[in-house]
Design a protein around this ligand. Structure first.
Ligand SMILES: [Zn+2]
Length: 457
């Protein structure tokens, strides 16, 4: 069996991955808060952990991996969006969840085995909070319940490598009066009549963000599971708080064994931000005609633990490579398995860039069946992602006749302006123009776009 090695944030080392139960390898990844379209940076963890999911399925069998990714559908940003638009919270979250699934599907991401919504697990969260209070790790105050960081000083901060004292010294937020320690974080908070709320022993309220992942991973994956993933912006405080909640409820050895964090995404060398005007969603890119498969390919070119830079140049190059690979593998059956070198690269802490380099070698050697099987392991060159690369079938005879007539006239008038105009327009549309004494032939190239022919006649 292939040995998978993963860089574990917890140990800060790349170590061999040994599942708790090879019959059921379990992974939890923090999902989106659903109030708006996913921006390109949101898609990175989705693609990264999709590749890991595919690798685990390849090594342990598709039926022996359980992947859970949540939807945060209770959050003040959602409440604000509802108030702003006059729409109901349910409408907004349902719509946003569907957008997310559509956009991530366009990037070739498989759907996880379970996609729990926070609002479906409120009783489980209330139970977990009650348990934390009874064990002395949380306290109720003014309608809130707070996790008492002092009750678990020995463990808090280990993942992100911070000590509680340093964190207190660095805390600049105004401390709420009901907090015993400035680092204490909210497990439950009160709701007013206009906010979504549920009855609880502490009054009508709603959960804090962190508790949902602890409660849902416990319900769906158990006290201990194999892998917890997410962007490295979630490491502190979100993941640190998840660990504190889960370990204090279920024991220090519980919760995730391997922690994986992906680095952030930039655009043309700059941090993506609304103020810089380089902020865009996955849907924006798809709308502009950038195929999802191309976005995925660009992502895979950078190792997940390195910052990745989205550039138009990379997208163009990725498109050219994918067109070449799709042409090479058209009508070909994939080999039984991916190339060993491709699998080995992925098994080495998800070295996707290395895997792609191996695939370039397969393409150079024209090993189409092996290239196709390897690409499928990375979620590329699948049938359902390939529509964009198909050369459209268009009857070009009208255009050929048009050019032929223009040439005949030009022979008489000695004015070739119209011939040149047509030839240039055909080339722009992605056609190769073959003219001989016998006639005229237009041959679609890989970039053929029939829309560009409109209005030529
Ligand atoms: Zn989470």
């Amino acid at each position: 069996m292939t040995t998978i090695k993963l860089h574990n944030t917890k140990s800060r080392k790349k170590t061999e991955f040994v599942p708790i139960d090879a019959e059921n390898v379990r992974m939890y990844v923090c999902g989106p808060t659903v109030y708006d379209r996913a921006h390109l940076g949101n898609a990175r963890p989705v693609v990264v952990f999709d590749v890991l999911y595919r690798l685990l399925r390849e090594v342990y069998g598709a039926d022996h991996v359980t992947y859970v990714r949540n939807f945060t559908d209770v959050d003040d940003k959602i409440n604000a969006r509802a108030a702003q638009t006059g729409r109901s919270i349910g409408e907004i979250t349902d719509e946003t969840i569907q957008w997310f699934l559509d956009d991530m599907g366009a990037l070739g991401a498989l759907e996880p085995n379970a996609m729990p919504r926070a609002t479906q697990f409120i009783p489980q969260m209330v139970a977990m909070i009650s348990d934390l209070i009874s064990k002395g790790h949380a306290y109720a105050a003014e309608g809130h319940v707070l996790f008492a960081v002092d009750s678990w000083r020995e463990g808090y901060g280990k993942l992100s490598g911070r000590s509680v004292d340093d964190m207190i010294a660095g805390a600049r937020v105004e401390v709420a009066p009901y907090k015993k320690n400035p680092m204490d974080f909210v497990l439950w908070k009160p709701s007013n009549d206009s906010q979504p709320g549920w009855d609880s022993p502490w009054g009508r309220g709603r959960p804090g963000w962190h508790i949902e992942c602890s409660a849902m991973s416990y319900e769906l994956l158990g006290e201990t599971f194999d892998i917890h993933g997410g962007g490295n912006d979630l490491m502190f405080p979100h993941h640190e708080n998840e660990i504190a909640q889960s370990c204090c409820a279920h024991g220090d050895d519980s919760f995730a064994k391997y922690w994986l964090h992906n680095e952030m995404l930039q655009v043309e060398g700059k941090k993506m931000s609304k103020s810089l005007g380089n902020f865009f969603t996955v849907h924006d890119l798809l709308d502009q005609g950038v195929p999802g498969e191309v976005i995925r390919f660009v992502f895979l070119q950078t190792h997940y633990r390195k910052p990745m830079d989205w550039t138009e140049k990379k997208a163009k190059e990725a498109e050219a490579t994918l067109r070449k690979w799709r042409a090479l593998t058209a009508g070909i059956e994939p080999a039984d398995s991916a190339a060993a070198a491709v699998l080995d690269a992925l098994a080495d802490d998800l070295n996707t860039a290395g895997a792609l380099a191996e695939m370039h070698k397969l393409a150079a050697a024209s090993d189409a069946p092996r290239l196709l099987a390897s690409a499928r392991l990375l979620g590329l060159l699948s049938d359902d992602l390939g529509d964009w690369a198909e050369v459209p079938e268009v009857d070009l005879s009208t255009y050929e006749t048009q050019l032929l007539k223009a040439r005949e006239q030009a022979m008489e008038s000695k004015d070739f302006a119209e011939v040149d105009r047509l030839k240039a327009a055909f080339v722009t549309a992605g056609l190769e123009v073959r003219m001989s004494k016998a006639g005229v032939e237009l041959v679609p190239g890989t970039g053929f776009d029939p829309v560009k022919l409109e209005g030529l006649e």
